[in-house]
Design a binder for this molecule. Structure first.
Ligand code: M6R
Length: 369
């Protein structure tokens, strides 16, 4: 049942290219438009939206963080992301023209469900992104977009995350398309990049031997820090979450620019810092800023593990260990950059002798508040 893999998690990591392809299946027209007829919200409903809220927990929340960058960039309407457990306790401002997107692999997470009910009471329209057919969250939502990632058995979420990202991209592009903010050829251009991600990811997964060796090396570290900017920030948070959850190690993710406001004091001789570097194409400024953050941590003795795009040769000079990912547009890059971090956490946990699929103190779906 593990298909020859030692853990379900490794099997599910390997399934990610297919899972992405399955999320896209049937949702793109030949001309590269987004077809989301299954989402029971009319085009008029979606044109009336003046604000988007995304609410989720854990890894699904990190997918929501990435989605905010994409939705605001493409659709040009304000988008807030919030942890479900915080959302309803602070009297958020919602009404009929708010689109509330709830993201949940299981569809049973109590915090997310309670946030959804709260949003419905305020008359917001609720769209669920969910992996589990017929579960409670999609049943109580006004509309649903299933991720079609297939069952996820390991407690740590992997393929669900990448498929949630794809679902968010589809929703963002769909909104931009029907609201007339993006031209059809602009949408089609992003769609063709999305369609290329399963193959790119297959290529990436084929070259992860180095990451396994690195994991054996890092298994005794007392902490591992992760830094990123823009969509690389949620990727950093996700890398740290996976490590805490599976390896029971101290790990923390930071917005790279925040380091100098405090956390840089944590860096000591040999502290491993995983740095997620944005693509040099398009937004070179972003990439250069991260590179200068890498120089800052190196100057304090950090051991840098750098995740950078193919062709970014200049970054080598700052990397004690370099992990190269295929070229991808900035907003889509988390589909690539997250994957080595999943493998790193899984392999470190295994090297420390832990049960990767069933980490202590955790359940696959958290049905208590
Ligand atoms: O089923 P959900 O997506 O609602 O679950 C949310 C979180 O509990 C979940 O993503 C959790 O953080 C994972 N175990 C992380 O790997």
């Amino acid at each position: 049942e593990k298909g020859g893999y030692d853990y379900f998690m490794l099997k599910e990591i390997a399934e990610q290219p297919q899972a992405i392809a399955d999320t896209l299946l049937g949702r793109l027209s030949e001309r590269g438009e987004i077809v989301l007829d299954e989402v029971r919200l009319t085009d008029q409903d979606l044109r009336d939206v003046d604000k988007v809220f995304i609410v989720a927990c854990g890894t699904s929340y990190h997918a929501g963080m990435v989605a905010k960058y994409a939705i605001e960039h493409w659709v040009r309407i304000p988008c807030e992301v919030e942890l479900a457990s915080e959302f309803r306790y602070r009297d958020p401002i919602l009404d009929r023209s708010t689109l509330m997107i709830v993201i949940s692999q299981s569809g049973e997470t109590m915090d997310t469900l309670m946030a959804l009910r709260h949003a419905k009471e305020q008359k917001a329209r609720v769209l669920a992104i969910c992996n589990t057919n017929g579960s409670t969250i999609p049943r109580e939502s006004d509309a649903v977009l299933y991720t079609h990632g297939g069952p996820e058995i390991a407690v740590a979420s992997t393929k669900a995350f990448v498929t949630q990202l794809v679902a968010c991209y589809l929703i963002g592009l769909h909104l931009a398309q029907i609201r007339g903010v993006m031209y059809a050829d602009e949408v089609a251009a992003v769609v063709s990049k999305l369609q290329a991600t399963p193959d790119a990811l297959r290529e990436l997964l084929g070259g992860m031997e180095d990451v396994r060796a690195l994991a054996r090396d890092l298994r005794t570290a007392s902490t591992i820090l992760f830094i990123g900017r823009h969509v690389g920030f949620p990727v950093a948070l996700e890398g740290a979450l996976k490590l805490k959850e599976l390896a029971y190690m101290h790990a923390e993710g930071f917005a790279a620019g925040e380091l100098k406001h405090g956390p840089i004091a944590l860096i000591d001789e040999g502290t491993p810092v995983v740095c997620v570097v944005p693509s040099p194409a398009g937004r070179g400024v972003l990439r250069d800023k991260v590179v200068s953050n890498i120089q800052e941590v190196r100057a304090r003795g950090a051991r840098t593990i750098v995740i950078a795009e193919e062709g970014d040769d200049a970054v080598r000079a700052y990397a004690d260990h370099l992990i190269v990912v295929p070229r991808t547009p900035t907003l889509l890059a988390p589909l690539m950059t997250t994957v080595p971090l999943q493998i790193l956490a899984c392999e470190i946990a295994a090297a420390r002798g832990h049960d990767v699929d069933q980490p202590r103190n955790l359940a696959k779906s958290v049905t208590v508040e």
